[in-house]
Ligand binder design. Structure first.
Ligand code: PEP
Ligand code: MN
Length: 340
């Protein structure tokens, strides 16, 4: 960290800054210019709080040298993290294909859609049993019953299942059935929840928050990694902007940006990013072309009667047709789409 002092900073003030740095176990390098003094803090600057120096009357500006996240950064690990769940890969030369309904609505429904997306080459099944709904009066999910149907769909298809965990109180029941735990956009900064999943030995999909910066998103991933769980999959699902033509604004640039900054796999969710079934395929294609390690798509046998997110859900036949075209995009970037 570099601390630039205001012109005219006194010897006493310089000592104050110096003492503050040393108190955190770092060493100090002082460079006295004609007009300004610049103080370098040498050591692990993550131990220092930027604000603690910015708030000092003698300080003009503070510049961080290191990124505030560590374990999830590309500097910490050069090679891409590749996660394997029941033989299915996320990362490396595979484009994982997560597909399934927004909510698990029933047994027949989950088994039906599960079988159909599996036969189209999906590599993971998705389905929500605990749903984060804006309205308390909307369908909240089937809870454990829904998780049981998901597990049945896994038995039938052999595919791993991903489902959302909203509350630390549900952790045991979700862990019992799920192969991959999803932390939804609304909970990206629920730090207690992140800490809890950080203690698990299970892959976690961390969705980008509704209006989270990439830095905040990576800091949330760091919360999970800091507890020991390094099996983290980042998911770009659109962010809120002034644009109202789509449900969210899909930030395709986030994919290559995150891949530069972090070794973690990054997938994209064009369903929640757009809110419209006609826009799912073009954005899935864009995500794969931009280097995404996977896509997550909502599929429903009858979108008009879906209990959640019908307008953005593809019918199983449309999903199948889309995968044929997406496979070509994956090919073009030297990867293979879907089930291994
Ligand atoms: C979901 O995947 O069902 C979901 C609620 O997504 P998000 O958290 O991205 O809104
Ligand atoms: Mn949904």
């Amino acid at each position: 960290m570099i601390i630039v002092l205001k012109a005219g900073a006194t010897g006493g003030e310089i000592t104050q800054v110096e003492e503050k740095i040393k108190a955190h176990g770092l060493t100090v390098h002082i460079s006295r210019g004609v007009e300004r003094t610049i103080i370098g803090a040498i050591g692990d600057e993550r131990k220092l709080q930027l604000e603690a120096f910015e708030g000092m009357a003698c300080v003009e500006k503070v510049v961080r040298i290191l990124k505030p996240y560590k374990i999830v950064s590309r500097d910490f690990q050069k090679e891409d993290t590749v996660i394997t769940v029941l033989g299915q890969k996320i990362g490396g030369d595979t484009v994982a294909l997560f597909a399934g309904p927004c909510s698990v609505e029933g047994r027949e429904m989950m088994l039906g859609i599960g079988g159909q997306v599996a036969s189209s080459g999906a590599s993971f099944l998705r389905g929500g049993a605990f749903k984060p709904r804006t309205s308390p009066y909307a369908f909240q999910g089937l809870g454990e019953e829904g998780l049981r149907y998901l597990a049945e769909a896994r038995e039938e298809t052999g595919l791993p299942v991903a489902t959302e965990l909203m509350d630390p109180r549900d952790i045991d029941v979700v862990v019992k059935y799920a192969d991959v735990i999803q932390i939804g956009a609304r909970n990206m900064q629920n730090f207690r929840l992140l800490t809890e999943v950080g203690r698990l030995d299970k892959p976690v999909i961390l969705k980008r928050g509704l209006s989270a910066t990439i830095m905040e998103w990576l800091m949330s991933a760091e919360y999970i990694a800091a507890e020991g769980n390094r099996q983290i999959i980042l998911c770009e699902r659109g962010v809120r902007t002034f644009e109202s033509a789509t449900r969210n604004t899909f930030d395709v640039s986030a994919i290559p940006v995150v891949k530069e900054l972090s070794h973690l796999p990054v997938i994209a969710d064009p369903s929640h990013a757009t809110g419209k079934m006609t826009l799912v395929e073009p954005l899935a294609a864009a995500a794969i072309a931009a280097g995404a390690d996977g896509v997550m798509v909502e599929v429903h046998h009858d979108p008009e009667s879906a209990l959640s997110d019908g307008p953005q859900s593809l019918r199983p036949e449309a999903f199948r047709e889309m995968t044929v075209r997406l496979r070509k995009i994956a090919d073009a970037v030297g990867k293979r789409l879907g089930r291994v």
